[in-house]
Each structure stands twice: as structure tokens, then as C-alpha cells.
Design a protein around this ligand. Structure first.
Ligand SMILES: NC(=O)c1ccc[n+]([C@@H]2O[C@H](COP(=O)([O-])OP(=O)(O)OC[C@H]3O[C@@H](n4cnc5c(N)ncnc54)[C@H](OP(=O)(O)O)[C@@H]3O)[C@@H](O)[C@H]2O)c1
Length: 345
């Protein structure tokens, strides 16, 4: 039994264009193959990844044209041959990397997790890629213990907002690096803000944490990564996970990205009493698929339960219908928001 609409509306990114260059097209609804689900999308989101892909500055993005959308939440309307038919009618949260900005989408069953009853689709959306990234960086990469202190860059962003809440819930103190215009929101969230552009940022962090911090989460790269490294306490961990500072440039993103990987790799092997790692959400997706799946199910499941229980607040910065994707992307790129812009097809 399938409950699908024959036509799907989807957004297309045709090349390196301003947000106004996005296209909306109608196509025949795709059929799920073995291992896939067809999902009627209830909510999908705009993350920094799509903003980087629009500029052609996301490492490993597909060739243009393609439909953006790193994650989605929706109801399963059909399963591929041999799939779990009990999933039909269930609400799932799926990692897609691309393809989410559509009314219906085919997703991989193993990259999808059932959303607990009581969690609204758009709330689940804000913690899908953001939540699994934040949870894994905190508990798998950095393994910070209760009583510790962390420094979070991009603190007002989608990942940063979930990371702060998970850390505070775990009994960890949070120093939040962001532009001053976001500091009031961060204080209200229970974090201690510092200006990420302060030329004496390391000194400001030392004033708050004289012994250094136990972990730094760095999405900025470049000089920020060097500064971040100096704020670590002995035994502390630098978790780098993006190079947002390089996204605004031109040309290939690979040279600055590879420089960052080499630097993190060198720090990780040098005997310097600290650890450095580059977190990649997709690590093991192809090489160790069972482990990837088990971790996704557990880690995203934990975050979704915390949302259901009111411990983690879903941070919807704004919501738009799919047809208003241009306005939605322009707002997301304005850098004025705290939280995530959600598209509700
Ligand atoms: N490695 C992985 O597996 C993985 C997984 C998920 C996400 N990510 C990456 O994580 C990053 C955050 O994602 P998100 O969706 O949370 O992004 P987001 O909501 O757009 O937030 C981005 C944050 O970074 C700050 N920022 C952006 N450009 C900056 C710059 N040039 N200098 C200083 N701060 C800057 C923003 O601050 P303002 O608002 O003040 O500009 C904002 O706090 C992205 O780069 C994304 O690609 C990586």
C-alpha cells in the first residue's frame, strides 16, 4: 500500500547563483528501491552546508544541478522491495546530505530514525543533523566529563545551539564564542559569551577558565583554530568540524580544507598533551555501515528523547513554505538569527 502523490515539487540549485537563482520544479515522484523509503516531507531545513553549496564551497558537494537539503523529517509513504513495511505511516528523521528540499523524497532506510511520539516534525528537524553532530562531538569525540568546561564557536548557530544545551544538561560549563549581537540570547541559554572576533580571545577565555578548557568545538577554521588550540587545558581536545571562515572565498574549497586536515592531523600525533580531531558526521558511512547505523540510531534517538522530555528546546528561528525558499535562504544567510530556518512543504 502506498500513499503517494504522483507529482513532487522540489527546489533545484542550478549552479553558483544568488538565493534568487533557486528554481522550483515539478517532477514525477520517485520510486524507492531496496533499502530506501519514500517520505512525504513535513519539515526540512536550511543549514550552513546549503549556504556553502550555493557558493560551490562545500567539500564533496555533487555537481550542479541538484536539490539541496541536508536532512528532513516526514511520514513514510512507501518502502522499497524487502524493506520494513511497519515503517509506513511512521514519522522519521533522515540524513540526506542533499535532496531534502522537496515535498516528497527518497531516503536511505539506514540513515533514518523513527521520531518518538510527541515530537513535532519541525522540532525534530532542527535537531536531526544538528543534534547528531552535537551529540557525537560532545560524547564521542571530546568525551567531556560533568564538571568540565568547553568553548563552543558558532554558538548561536544550529549545531552550536544544540551543543550548548547538551553540554549544560551533562553538567558541563559552556563558554560561547559568537558575535556580540548574539550574547544576550546566549546568556539566557546559560552560557558565558565571548566575542569570537576579539583580538585577545584567548585571554578572555583564560579569564573565565584560568586552567584552560577541556574541549573546543571549532567550526570557523583558519586563525581561530590556532587560538582555540591555545585555550585547551592539559589533556583537552580540539574538535574541528568545519571551516566557515573559508566559505566566503572563491575557487576550490579543497586547499583550505586539506590544510585544516593536515594541521589537525599533525597536532593529533605530536606529543603535546592535548588531542585534536576533525569530526565528520559521515565517517564510517561506507566503511563500517552497521556501526554508523547503530550510532545514528542511538545518538539521534537520545537527542530526540531529550526534545520530547523538554530538556532540549528545538530552536526554530523561522519557518517558511517550500515556495518561499528564496526568502528563507536570504534570511538564513543574513547572519542575524539564532537557531535554524525550517522549510515546511
Ligand atoms: N563535520 C561535520 O560532519 C558537520 C556536520 C554538521 C555541520 N557541520 C558544519 O557545522 C557548521 C555549522 O553548521 P550550522 O548549520 O550550525 O550553521 P549555522 O546555523 O549557519 O551557524 C553558523 C555559525 O557560524 C558562525 N559563522 C559563520 N561564518 C562565520 C565566519 N566567517 N566567522 C565567524 N563565525 C562564522 C555564525 O555566526 P554569525 O551568525 O554571527 O555569523 C553561526 O554561529 C557548518 O560549517 C556546517 O557545514 C559539519
Amino acid at each position: 500500500m502506498t500513499d503517494t502523490t504522483a507529482t513532487t515539487t522540489r527546489v533545484v540549485l542550478p549552479g553558483v547563483v544568488p538565493p534568487s537563482g533557486l528554481l522550483i520544479e515539478q517532477v514525477a515522484t520517485p520510486e524507492p528501491r531496496a533499502g530506501e523509503l519514500l517520505v512525504t516531507v513535513e519539515a526540512t531545513g536550511i543549514s550552513f552546508a546549503e549556504q556553502a553549496m550555493r557558493r560551490g564551497r562545500y567539500p564533496g558537494q555533487p555537481a550542479f544541478p541538484f536539490t539541496p537539503g541536508y536532512d528532513l523529517v516526514g511520514t513514510v509513504s512507501a518502502v522499497g522491495p524487502g524493506g520494513d513495511r511497519t515503517l509506513v505511516g511512521r514519522r522519521v528523521a533522515s540524513l540526506t546530505k542533499t535532496g531534502g528540499w522537496a515535498t516528497q523524497a527518497v531516503v536511505r532506510e539506514r540513515d533514518s530514525v523513527v521520531v518518538p511520539d510527541g515530537v513535532a516534525a519541525e522540532d525534530a528537524e532542527t535537531v536531526t543533523v544538528n543534534g547528531v553532530t552535537a551529540w557525537q562531538m560532545l560524547h564521542r569525540s571530546a568525551r567531556v566529563r560533568p564538571g568540565g568546561t568547553v568553548l563552543v564557536f558558532g554558538a548561536n548557530g544550529g549545531v552550536g545551539g544544540v551543543l550548548i544545551q547538551l553540554a549544560l544538561h551533562h553538567g558541563v560549563r559552556v563558554v560561547a564564542a559568537a558575535s556580540p549581537r548574539h550574547h544576550d540570547v546566549l546568556r539566557r541559554a546559560g552560557a558565558e559569551p565571548v566575542d569570537h572576533a576579539d583580538p585577545d580571545l584567548a585571554a578572555r577565555v583564560r579569564e573565565l577558565a584560568p586552567g584552560g578548557v577541556d574541549a573546543v568545538f571549532d567550526n570557523i577554521g583558519g586563525e581561530v583554530t590556532r587560538t582555540a588550540w591555545t585555550t585547551l587545558a592539559p589533556g583537552g581536545t580540539l574538535v574541528a568540524y568545519a571551516i566557515a571562515s573559508a566559505t566566503g572565498g572563491t575557487g576550490s574549497i579543497w586547499p583550505p580544507f586539506l590544510r585544516q586536515l593536515v594541521r589537525i592531523g599533525a597536532w593529533s600525533v605530536l606529543p603535546n598533551g592535548r588531542r585534536a580531531t576533525f569530526y565528520d558526521l559521515w565517517s564510517g558511512h561506507l566503511r563500517t555501515p552497521r556501526r554508523f547505523r547503530a550510532r545514528l540510531e542511538h545518538d539521534l534517538g537520545q537527542v530526540l528523547e531529550l526534545v520530547r522530555d523538554g530538556v532540549v528546546a528545538a530552536n526554530v528561528a523561522a519557518r517558511f513554505p517550500l515556495e518561499a525558499v528564496v526568502e528563507a535562504l536570504e534570511l538564513a544567510e543574513s547572519r542575524t538569527l539564532a537557531g535554524k530556518v525550517v522549510l515546511v512543504p
